[in-house]
Design a protein around this ligand. Structure first.
Ligand code: AMP
Ligand code: FE
Ligand code: FE
Ligand code: ZN
Length: 288
């Protein structure tokens, strides 16, 4: 029973429409899958409606968060599962994050235009098609303009966080995000704690602070994590009593990842589901 708890669709910066996404996930052998689009629950309904009968959907989202460390802001992503999408405080914060993604995406485009990069605001908004704007949408515009041949090539240069066109998002304070998810009856899990940018800050003391603040789990198995980090995170999770998850972070054609590339154990998913208190359940046969 293969379980993948972190994927993206066309409702954020993935490329798969619901039917294509279900086929990709199912063909990869995954039977339980979480949708975790960035800062939105817009895909939940369409994915539930198009679910093949043997598949189980875990409704979720990936919240753009940040932590202040000394005088710098470090970006971290918080996975949230089985929360009430109608809970007003969390819903308002997600809406603010989406609005800020649009502001920031267009600000990056303006900088590129000023620098002579031949893309337009209209092009990026067309590619995003109403989804929260992310750099992968700008990457697609750069591909259309013939400036790069892949999304990852765009990230290596024009879209780099250290490049001249980069603009920060106004993300949610991580402790507040954990609080908002719990307040909406959901279960918060720290996404890819050892991916580039976050890795040097997420030591045991830092994760212990998050656990005290209500964090339920950490994403130990993720394509960005090497073997040493996985071993260490597994040990920290055991020490702190955190749930261990694993997932692919599948983004369709925007990232070279396969659904089920990394997976979650059934007992760990059961622990997550047991902590959820919103009137939202997994959809499908479950069976784990
Ligand atoms: P943003 O949220 O707009 O700052 O863009 C970050 C998103 O871009 C992440 O959620 C990833 O989905 C994606 N991303 C980051 N690095 C890469 C890369 N090297 N190749 C493809 N996608 C990437
Ligand atoms: Fe993404
Ligand atoms: Fe992420
Ligand atoms: Zn993700």
């Amino acid at each position: 029973m293969t379980i993948d708890l972190h994927t993206h669709t066309v409702f954020s910066d993935g490329t798969d429409e619901p039917d294509v996404w279900w086929a990709a996930v199912r063909d990869a052998g995954v039977r339980t899958v979480a949708v975790t689009d960035h800062d939105t629950t817009a895909g939940w309904e369409a994915l539930a409606r198009t679910r093949p009968p043997d598949m189980t959907l875990v409704p979720g989202a990936e919240i753009s968060a940040r932590v202040r460390i000394d005088d710098r802001m470090v970006s971290m992503h918080l996975l949230a599962y089985l929360f009430d999408p109608a809970e007003p405080v969390l819903a308002a914060e997600l809406q603010r994050l989406r609005q800020d993604r649009r502001r920031r995406g267009l600000a990056i485009v303006e900088r590129m235009i000023s620098g002579g990069v031949p893309i337009t605001r209209e092009q990026v908004l067309r590619i995003a098609a109403g989804a929260p704007v992310g750099r992968p949408h700008i990457a697609r515009a750069l591909m259309e303009a013939g400036l790069v041949s892949s999304v990852s090539e765009a990230f290596a240069d024009l879209l780099s966080g250290r490049g001249p066109y980069y603009v920060h998002k106004a993300d949610t304070d991580l402790l507040r995000a954990i609080d908002l998810v719990r307040g909406a009856g959901g279960v918060p899990v720290l996404a890819h704690p050892r991916s580039r940018g976050a890795a040097r800050w997420t030591d045991e003391a830092m994760l212990a602070g998050l656990a005290d603040a209500g964090l339920a789990g950490i994403e130990v198995d993720h394509p960005d994590h090497g073997a040493a980090d996985r071993r260490e995170l597994r040990r920290i999770a055991a020490t702190l009593g955190l749930v261990v998850t694993g997932s692919s972070d599948y983004h369709g054609a925007n990232k070279m990842l396969r659904p089920g590339q990394d997976v979650t154990a059934a007992e760990e998913l059961k622990k997550l589901v047991a902590q959820a208190s919103a009137p939202i359940d997994v959809i499908g046969p479950g069976g784990w």
